[in-house]
Design a protein around this ligand. Structure first.
Ligand SMILES: [Zn+2]
Length: 222
């Protein structure tokens, strides 16, 4: 089994072989020999898509980490009439969904870096950083940063997106521990991101202050 989304996160389809590892509650769990579907984790949603098996298309509704065998498991929204082993399949990633996840995952990190630059100091990572379907949010303790500076943070963030900057993601040598790096900032993350800030496109940013938490919400608009 080979997880290829790190070495080629722009891979949208692949021909490979699959086996069914389990079937429960009307869902089959598939394992691919070469896998392009990212499993849910680090605030990022598991990939969706389609798998063609014996000329029939099945919907992949989620991809999760496989607790037994390691790697990824893709969940299909129906049971198979029998279990398969090493059957040829064609996989198609739901690319608009994944690309939005990559854009937003980049946004939650880059915005945090801008907060640190505008504040001129290190800021504790968000208490919650979550990526949903076409929107994402970072939640901070209210004392983390100055509410008055939010307007300036926003403006500076838009400048960053407009100017663009290379995003590098890599595993620390000899380990599986991964880093996200951009504009001199490093954040530990095993998720998937776009290669440059200028790939983010249009984004709407709002702040709310409730019960001692500041939530920064990002909505993709293009
Ligand atoms: Zn990340």
């Amino acid at each position: 089994m080979k997880e290829i989304y790190y070495e080629d996160k722009y891979a949208k389809e692949i021909e490979t072989t699959a086996c069914v590892t389990a079937q429960d509650e009307g869902r089959a769990h598939l394992k691919f020999k070469e896998n392009i579907f990212y499993p849910q984790g680090g605030g990022q949603k598991g990939d969706r898509g389609k798998v063609i098996l014996n000329e029939k298309a099945y919907n992949i509704v989620n991809t999760v980490k496989d607790p037994q065998l390691g790697g990824s498991l893709s969940i299909v929204d129906e049971k198979f009439s029998k279990e398969f082993d090493s059957v040829k399949v064609k996989c198609f990633l739901d690319w608009p969904f994944r690309y939005a996840q990559m854009q937003l995952h980049t946004v939650v990190h880059a915005h945090h870096c801008v907060i640190e630059e505008v504040m001129g100091t290190k800021v504790a990572p968000p208490k919650v950083s979550s990526i949903e379907d076409r929107f994402a949010f970072n939640k901070y303790a209210v004392e983390s940063f100055d509410y008055e500076k939010l307007g300036r943070i926003n403006e500076e963030f838009r400048n960053w997106l407009k100017a663009g900057a290379q995003v590098r993601t890599y595993a620390e040598e000899g380990t599986n521990f991964r880093w996200w790096e951009c504009a001199g900032h490093k954040i530990p993350c095993g998720g998937l991101h776009v290669d440059n800030l200028n790939e983010v496109g249009g984004i709407d940013i709002t702040f709310s202050n409730k019960k001692g938490d500041i939530t920064v919400k990002f909505v993709l608009t293009t």
